[in-house]
Design a protein around this ligand. Structure first.
Ligand code: SF4
Ligand code: SF4
Length: 281
């Protein structure tokens, strides 16, 4: 079973939920934790894994042989990502925009394009408290996180329950992270911004046919609109975490909620069992 934890916007407590859920669920089932928020991975701050293995992740970008190139313009016409610009005397490659789709080197009539390897980041793997821990770290200045996210997800072992900490938002990195997961936990807060971003996330997951439930963090600070929306859309509210000075203090010190407040372990386990039931129904 693969559970992703996502949020329509940053700062909702997504990593707090993902790490505490992992520490609670590992008491029930063997668990792998993936931090796919590769631009800003921070689950390791809370979980403190011992890293035992590191892998470099590469992608490919085109390299143009100017001796063969006739500047016909076909490659830039084909590129959906504006990663190529053909001028009169030179063909420019903007590697940071390239999605490695292969169209340009496949269809160049002069065979002027070859593939050049480019390192985009690393994967670190380790263990913490019986949890397999894996995260990706995107190189600074690198724009293309989906290939690194895919490389992190390729480490998933089918025998284990997996919790994925996804990046915030609803763009390509989030889609890459939640793709092929069995259930997505959306973490939000009961504010107008929280509701707006929740609605965007729900729309994205429905397009992808992924069932979801909501955890409301900092419950009590806003109004009932998130609850009413979930009711109207038949989305289960899995848990409400009140605004609590102790939780904020634990977060500030990099301590998982369930370590400082073990009374939450049962609640996170109950969320896991609810998700199991939803997936099996
Ligand atoms: S398609 Fe090939 S020959 Fe044409 S501009 Fe691109 S690299 Fe040059
Ligand atoms: S591989 Fe695809 S995305 Fe990259 S430059 Fe070529 S056509 Fe564009």
């Amino acid at each position: 079973m693969i559970i992703s934890v996502a949020s329509g916007k940053g700062g909702t407590g997504k990593t707090t939920v993902a790490t505490s859920m992992a520490l609670s669920v590992k008491k029930i089932t063997p668990l792998t934790f993936l931090d796919c928020d590769v631009e800003e991975p921070n689950a390791h701050i809370f979980l403190n894994p011992v890293i035992s293995e590191t892998e470099r992740v590469k992608t490919v970008i085109p390299e143009v042989d100017e001796k063969k190139c006739t500047h016909c313009g076909k490659c830039s016409e084909l590129c959906a990502f504006n990663a190529l610009a053909v001028l009169d005397t030179i063909t420019l490659v903007f590697g940071e925009l390239c999605h490695a789709c292969g169209s340009c080197w496949y269809f160049c009539p002069e065979n002027a394009i070859t593939q050049k390897e480019k390192e985009i980041g690393i994967i670190e793997m380790g263990r913490v408290r019986d949890i397999n821990f894996i995260h990706g770290k995107l190189n600074i200045g690198e724009a293309m996180s989906p290939p690194l996210i895919k490389a992190v997800k390729d480490k998933i072992s089918p025998q284990e329950t997996v919790i994925i900490d996804a990046p915030p938002g609803t763009s390509c990195p989030v889609i890459s992270s939640v793709k092929d997961t069995d259930f997505c936990v959306l973490v939000t807060e009961p504010t107008a911004f929280g509701l707006n971003d929740l609605m965007l996330s729900v729309g994205m997951l429905r397009e992808m046919n992924i069932p979801c439930g909501v955890i409301i963090n900092r419950a009590g600070i806003g109004d009932d609109r998130v609850i009413n929306y979930c009711k109207a859309e038949h989305i289960p509210v899995l848990m409400e975490i009140p605004l609590h000075k102790k939780i904020a203090s634990l977060y500030a010190r990099g301590i998982p909620v369930v370590d400082g407040m073990p009374e939450y372990i049962e609640q996170f386990q109950s969320v896991y069992h609810t998700i199991e039931r939803v997936i099996r129904s």
